[in-house]
Design a protein around this ligand. Sequence first.
Ligand code: HMG
Ligand code: MG
Length: 320
Amino acid sequence: MTTPEPALPMVVPAEGLPARVRIHEVGARDGLQNEKATVPTAVKAEFVRRLADAGLTTIEATSFVHPKWVPQLADAEQLFPLVRDLPGVHLPVLVPNDRGLDRALALGAGRIAVFASATESFAKANLNRTVDEALAMFAPVVEKARARNVHVRGYLSMCFGDPWEGAVPVPQVVRVCRALLDLGCDELSLGDTIGVATPGHVRALLAALNEQHIPTSALGVHFHDTYGQALSNTLAALQHGVTTVDASAGGLGGCPYAKSATGNLATEDLVWMLQGLGIDTGVDLGRLTATSVWMAGQLGRPSPSRTVKALGGTTQPHKE
Ligand code: HMG
Ligand code: MG
């Protein structure tokens, strides 16, 4: 006799956790930006539509960056109009500067994200600027966006470690968080770009931010899963009161300007844990997994997500 595989976890709530978590889905942006082979625009649009159909309501669609810096997202102008009218879905886009903001506004984007770095090395590699030069570049962007009622997220990369500089002191991270909020960002996303964080470090950073009067309600977390710590780090953040968690369908991802960055926390792995804890996300795990299996077929390799493997394993492509 074979034991049936569970399609959903048993629900056993735990104390001290939020009732609801907003998932900020980054698969179409962070997930795809590192893919070498160009993914057709129609496939990206279908990906975003399927993610919306699975119940995700914040789906980062693309980036209005220099096309030579991130060739995979050079089709932002073609993609965005194909998805912008999805009902009930926010579609934030990455914007590094005035030029990017104008491109995004011309297409009616209602949410943008600027992206700063806690370290000088990554600011240089990713934005060709020092940390403070990048903040100066963002200042008019945030101001203009907010004047038009456009919601602004401020990403902060390398919050927990940097491939060139190693350990990143907590006060250094707090300083740039404060600066991003002072520019007028509506929310921050704390990025573990290379996936080196561990739960105590997450707690220490969140506590240090609170000590500087930065409320947890303004903070989201963005974990990459290089060392398999993304879910434990997420749980630590939830226990601290964080309710916005970034994740990428199927665990796609990486950053072209940080070699050691691998895939993001997989949305399916996150949803499995949250469902088991009885935390509402509005996401249909079956539909989401089917989307990642479909996307794995488009990319020609299986999803690294443990949950996608468990639920959709035999239907995933087996060879690269
Ligand atoms: P630069 O070379 O210093 O650019 O790059 P510039 O300001 O000197 O301008 C040079 C030329 O680029 C000009 O054209 C500009 O008009 C043009 P020219 O006058 O020479 O003909 N240009 C643009 N064209 C189109 N769209 C634009 C744009 N901006 C300038 N927006 C720049 C500076 C910021 C542009 C560049 O460094 C860049 O695009 N970087 C983006 C890198 C990126 O997207 N990285 C991945 C996202 S971050 C990430 O993944 C981390 C995250 O997930 C969180 C985490 O995990 O930590 C968010
Ligand atoms: Mg990232």
